[in-house]
Design a protein around this ligand. Structure first.
Ligand code: NAP
Length: 276
């Protein structure tokens, strides 16, 4: 087993994830895994970094596929005996002009952004080594969507005692409510992406609390963040930040020094803790 520190980035083949991998290759003192659901897109991205003189390693990971997540888990356990840095960056968004019914957009978006990210956390968080760093890429859209929720939902999502099971139930309820055409009446905002990112931010708050309870002495720091509005295939060419600028806050959180005890369980944007 290798004693080398190891970092994993999901959705690393393009966009912000690729820029995070590039920055980690320059700054992280260990092996950096660029993961992608499509091996050829992933290998191409690794080759591109190699041309820049940077060494990233590749492992397949489709966050929608539990088998794929478990294969990565077993590989990390066997080769490294754990994990030092995990960046949950993979995500999807329907284009504004997409004509797919809202209920379909809700189901598909939540499947990857919330349930996929949660499955990665369920399988990989137990592998986190002391002083590990976990970054869940959420979005400012989650704060906006939170403010668009009914008072009752807002209270639940801001609660310091909400459990992961309760959050999962709420995320499932959103999908069901869109199918029944009652999501408005039930207090949900009109954004599937926004609700999926509420899920990611609240999940991060819950997981940070669980780490305090179960692994208090291990100094693991886990946060959600917004990269900003970034020029990628997802956000388009008019966005204000380059992918490198978008990577800054996630990379800052991934590389918090070992004597840091904060931020933890926060939602961070432009390297600054935001109110939730
Ligand atoms: P992007 O260019 O569309 O890249 C998304 C990445 O996620 C791609 O590598 C994609 O792989 C991967 N991915 C999607 N579904 C996956 C799955 N099931 N398993 C594994 N990988 C998967 O988007 P981006 O703008 O870089 O977004 C990165 C993250 O930042 C997302 O979580 C997004 O919500 C968040 N974000 C972006 C912005 C922005 O302005 N761009 C703002 C706030 C938050 P494929 O190439 O195979 O599709």
């Amino acid at each position: 087993m290798s004693g080398v520190p190891v970092a994993v980035v999901t959705g690393g083949n393009k966009g912000i994830g690729f820029a995070i991998v590039r920055a980690l290759c320059k700054q992280f003192p260990g092996d950096v895994y660029l993961t992608a659901r499509d091996p050829s897109r992933g290998q191409e991205a690794v080759a591109k970094l190699q041309q820049e003189g940077l060494r990233a390693l590749f492992h397949q990971l489709d966050i929608d596929d539990l088998q794929s997540i478990r294969a990565l888990r077993d590989f990390l356990k066997e080769k490294y005996g754990g994990l030092n840095v995990l960046v949950n960056n993979a995500g999807i968004a329907f284009k504004v002009q997409d004509t797919a019914p809202f209920a379909v957009q809700a189901e598909v978006t939540l499947k990857t952004n919330f349930f996929g990210t949660r499955n990665v956390c369920t399988e990989l968080l137990p592998l986190m080594k002391p002083y590990g760093r976990v970054v869940n890429v959420s979005s400012m859209v989650s704060s906006r969507a939170l403010r668009g929720c009914s008072q009752e939902l807002q209270q639940k999502f801001r609660s310091d005692t909400i459990t992961e099971e309760e959050l999962v139930q709420l995320m499932n309820k959103f999908v069901e409510d869109t199918k029944k055409g009652v999501h408005d009446k039930e207090g949900w905002p009109n954004t599937a992406y926004g609700v999926s990112k509420i899920g990611v931010t609240v999940l991060s708050r819950i997981q940070a609390r669980l780490l305090n309870e179960k692994r208090g002495g291990d100094h693991i720091l886990l946060n959600a963040c917004c990269p900003g509005w970034v020029r990628t295939d997802m956000a388009g060419p008019k966005a204000t930040k380059s992918p490198e600028e978008g990577a800054e806050t996630p990379v800052y959180l991934a590389l918090l020094p070992s004597d840091a005890d904060a931020p933890h369980g926060q939602f961070v944007s432009d390297k600054t803790v935001q109110p939730w």
